[in-house]
Design a protein. Structure first.
Length: 422
């Protein structure tokens, strides 16, 4: 009798365990099927609706079913509406009287997400020189209102200078940034602020604008590095005054001609008594040279940019106002010899491109005490190869010199890099 009872109990337990395992297996399989169905529906949605952000009802039903099983997580949201990108570069420099070096200068990770068709978040986390500290280059939210006016708030790029807005390594044709974009416009120049941006469509011309209220520059303007050491650390303002910046940009001929002007004004000392003004103008012209298929694989591009700053320190120790100015001109010629199409440089790539680049760049910064000027000049000639638009192998010869009173150096040498946008 006891044996029969024990046997019955064991049988019931085994049957219950098997049923539970089978039920759990069935549930997991169903969840897997639902996730696969969501993936298929998402692909169909993107094909059908493009990027308009409209939801497919069937997709929402599947999401609700997953939610009932407790499977909607941060990862699910990440997959559905968030994108990850960024850029990376590896630089090599070998200049006279300096040690040659390899430097993983930038590793930038970008996270962006359309929370709604009218609400967008974007961020860039920077990690420099492989052993440096993590920093926030950009982190802002856009609230889209109308083509002509939209709100933006967070860590934004200060819209002074075209290259400051398009500074990514894979965008640039040369390894080294121009001196003008290093000391007169301290790129990468970002700050915490709020403001508006938008576009006006005026027949064949599109007028874009950006304007922000930001914390502003700090003390640190000097004759060797201009505004570079005065960039805000993006933590808190050092005075109660806020800085203003505005950029206007006209785009014509289907983007082949772009003209921009920008201005910046703000108090920079701890007491909020002294003001710095910065101005910039830029011009980009792309001249089509061929219809494609031959040697010429792209337009002839001319890029010019000029900038200046002044800072009023007339009441500080009897000195004058420090000021600086700079300009650069860059010419880029894109080509690809057809006979290389069947070599390792061309096989498998749709539009591989070589670019021959020439850059002339000069800056001058005045010492407010001695009233003397520090001049620096640079001439660069380079060649880069892009198997893809966002991947560049660059090499350039650099000839640079400065005035005697501030170091009197003449350096020439080679810079090379690999840049990847992803």
């Amino acid at each position: 009798m006891r044996f029969a009872v024990v046997s019955a109990v064991l049988s019931a337990l085994l049957w219950s365990s098997a049923f539970a395992q089978e039920q759990e297996k069935s549930t997991l399989e169903r969840l897997k099927e639902l996730e696969e169905e969501i993936g298929k529906l998402k692909e169909e949605q993107e094909k059908k609706d493009g990027a308009d952000g409209k939801a497919v009802p069937a997709l929402e039903e599947k999401k609700d079913e997953l939610k009932e099983h407790g499977r909607i997580t941060a990862l699910t949201r990440l997959i559905n509406r968030t994108r990850i990108g960024g850029y990376f570069d590896l630089e090599f420099t070998d200049f006279r009287e300096k040690n040659s070096t390899l430097d993983n200068h930038h590793l930038i990770i970008q996270f962006s997400s359309y929370l709604h068709e009218r609400i967008f978040f974007n961020s860039e986390i920077e990690y420099e020189h492989a052993a440096g500290e993590l920093g926030v280059e950009q982190a802002y939210m856009d609230f889209l209102i109308h083509d002509m006016i939209n709100f933006r708030g967070g860590v934004v790029l200060v819209p002074v200078g075209k290259l400051n807005l398009l500074h990514d390594s894979d965008y640039r044709d040369l390894t080294l940034r121009p001196l003008t974009e290093t000391y007169i416009i301290p790129s990468t120049w970002s700050d915490v602020g709020v403001g508006f941006f938008g576009s006006f469509f005026l027949g064949p011309v599109t007028l874009n604008y950006e304007t922000y209220l930001v914390n502003g520059l700090r003390e640190g303007i000097n004759v060797k590095k201009g505004l570079r050491d005065a960039r805000d650390v993006k933590a808190s303002d050092n005075n109660s005054d806020k800085s203003y910046c505005l950029r206007l940009e006209a785009v014509a001929f289907d983007g082949k001609v772009t003209l921009g002007v920008a201005g910046y004004r703000g108090r920079f000392d701890d007491r909020g008594r002294h003001t710095v003004f910065s101005y910039a103008a830029d011009l980009t012209i792309a001249v089509p040279l061929g219809s494609g298929g031959g040697w010429i694989s792209g337009p002839l591009e001319l890029r010019m940019e000029a900038a200046r700053f002044t800072a009023d320190l007339t009441n500080a120790g009897g000195g004058s106002s420090p000021r600086g100015a700079g300009a650069f001109v860059q010419l880029s010629f894109h080509f690809f010899p057809p006979f290389l199409k069947d070599t390792f440089l061309g096989i498998g790539f749709d539009h591989p491109t070589f670019t021959l680049v020439g850059l002339w760049d000069a800056v001058q910064i005045q010492d407010p005490v001695s009233h003397r000027w520090n001049h620096q000049r640079r001439l660069s000639v380079g060649l880069n190869f892009r198997p893809l638009e966002q991947v560049a192998f660059k090499v350039e010869y650099v000839d640079e010199d400065s005035d005697e009173i501030y170091g009197n150096f003449e350096q020439d040498g080679v810079a090379a890099s690999i840049a990847v946008g992803f």
